[in-house]
Design a protein around this ligand. Sequence first.
Ligand code: NAD
Length: 206
Amino acid sequence: MSRLLIPRKTVYRFSLYYRALQRLKTNSIETVSSAALAKAAGVKPTQLRKDLTYLGQFGTRGLGYDVSALATKLNEALGTTRLQPVILVGVGNLGAALLRYGGFAKEGFEILAAFDAEASKKRGAGLPVSVFPMGKLRELVRTKKIKMAILTVPATAAQEVTNELVDAGICGILNFSPVILEVPDGVVVNNVDLAIELENLSYFIQ
Ligand code: NAD
């Protein structure tokens, strides 16, 4: 099954299943039923079974899934078997906080470098990676074959920076700027907006 044919929401749930399986592995659990795995991931068993059909045949009726084998298969499907290099653009409040977070590596991602229009001011700010001027972006992305970027620039600069990222060869953008980015076919943008998530929560707590 080609990656592109798997629906986005299914790929998102793959990450939920993968995390649930990691927890089971930590607890030395070797097999899991679809009902138990679905519960651990917070989805319905029918949804889980449907999603896993994209990975081929899994599990034996009555015995459940082999935790390790399924985790490996999901890991391969998500493309996170090796540490994936990522860059971050916009080292302000949010960008710097993300750079300081040390937990991405254990999830399979490494922020290799950061870029900012005012790189000189951002140096030596106690960050774990170097902050380069935007002029260095293309060269680094190409030589290190980086495909993913985190975008934390102001809304007014987001499209212009996106164009630079795409020109340099970036094809996956995690966008925190409150802007709908225009990108060519083949480039994927995932938007993160805490205000929308809060709004959604607010609706459900009424
Ligand atoms: P900030 O002003 O502290 O930082 C922005 C950084 O981007 C600065 O360091 C600035 O020098 C740099 N920058 C500006 N123009 C640039 C360009 N053309 N090229 C490269 N770098 C450039 O802002 P912040 O508070 O960190 O917020 C950053 C973005 O994240 C904003 O768009 C904000 O709306 C958004 N945000 C989103 C969420 C969310 O939930 N998605 C939460 C907080 C902030």
